[in-house]
Design a protein. Structure first.
Length: 282
């Protein structure tokens, strides 16, 4: 436990050291990576009621309203897809930026655009992780559901009620292990986009062997910062109104995200160097 806490402190120390004098650029990089998704959400929020109205008409009348064939409806459908494609490439570029500053390499705001060409590989990587995740969860939940639906006597037993409580907890824990196993795959592709998605998964699994607890504690160490950011956002909205308070809260949240992303990138730099205790030089 003490070693895990120590490694979390080392990652955060390295993150602060790398971000010194670079906070503004790092925040702009991370904001740019999230901008496509944010823009799509804002557009959907503005145009969303039209979609709901169309769904109501279709449910009541059994036909699609004529307005659904207009370009604005297609834009609402396609915009999130386009935003997701851009976001994958931009997120890889953002990870590359944080890795570069931690390794003392030259990096600038333009680095966020350096991995746009790898978006298909990033999407394939996300699909593979999702499939592995679902298969692992299904392996735990599946047998229980089969028994519950096909054996009436089992479904009403006290043992089934016990399993109904235990199985979700076990599934959640197993899902966390799967996530931690492949948590560094995106970082691997961000640094070396010649890697295949399968190679990135294998590298991440090898790096995380024996170190999943360390990474978990890195995430856990930011709980206080995230709670403080949420409380600050609530306070700012009460003091300055919803719009200004929300904007200031988002700014604070972005700063915490930059700190966390840099700390995870530091963990990647340490693990990919071959040992969890190695501190990379400038």
């Amino acid at each position: 436990m003490r070693m895990m806490v120590l490694q979390s402190a080392i990652c955060k120390m390295l993150a602060r050291k790398a971000l010194k004098g670079r906070w503004q650029t790092a925040m702009l990089v991370l904001f740019t990576a999230t901008l496509p998704s944010m823009a799509a959400q804002v557009y959907q929020a503005i145009k969303g009621p039209d979609i709901y109205a169309a769904a109501i008409v279709m449910a009541q009348q059994g036909r699609l309203p004529q307005e659904i064939f207009t370009p604005s409806y297609w834009l609402i459908i396609l915009l999130p897809l386009i935003a997701s494609l851009l976001a994958v490439g931009l997120n890889l570029g953002a990870l590359r930026y944080f890795i570069d500053i931690l390794k003392g390499r030259e990096a600038s705001y333009k680095t966020v655009f350096s991995r746009l060409g790898a978006f298909l590989k990033g999407i394939w990587l996300d699909i593979l992780i999702s499939v592995i995740f679902m298969l692992c969860v299904a392996a735990i939940v599946g047998p229980f559901l089969l028994l519950a639906f096909n054996v009436p006597s089992f479904a009403t037993s006290s043992f089934a009620r016990f399993l109904a409580t235990v199985v979700p907890i076990v599934s959640l824990g197993f899902a966390l292990i799967v996530y931690l196993n492949f948590a560094l795959a995106s970082h691997a592709i961000a640094e070396d986009n010649s890697l295949s998605a399968f190679s990135a998964l294998k590298k991440s699994r090898a790096w995380m062997k024996g170190h999943k607890g360390h990474l978990f504690f890195v995430y856990l160490s930011f709980f206080g910062w995230l709670f403080l950011q949420s409380a600050l956002s609530y306070l700012l909205q009460n003091l300055f109104g919803a719009v200004i308070g929300m904007a200031l809260g988002l700014f604070a949240g972005l700063a915490v995200s930059v700190y966390m992303t840099a700390a995870i990138a530091a963990f990647y730099v340490i693990c990919s160097g071959g040992t969890i205790t190695q501190i990379p030089s400038e």
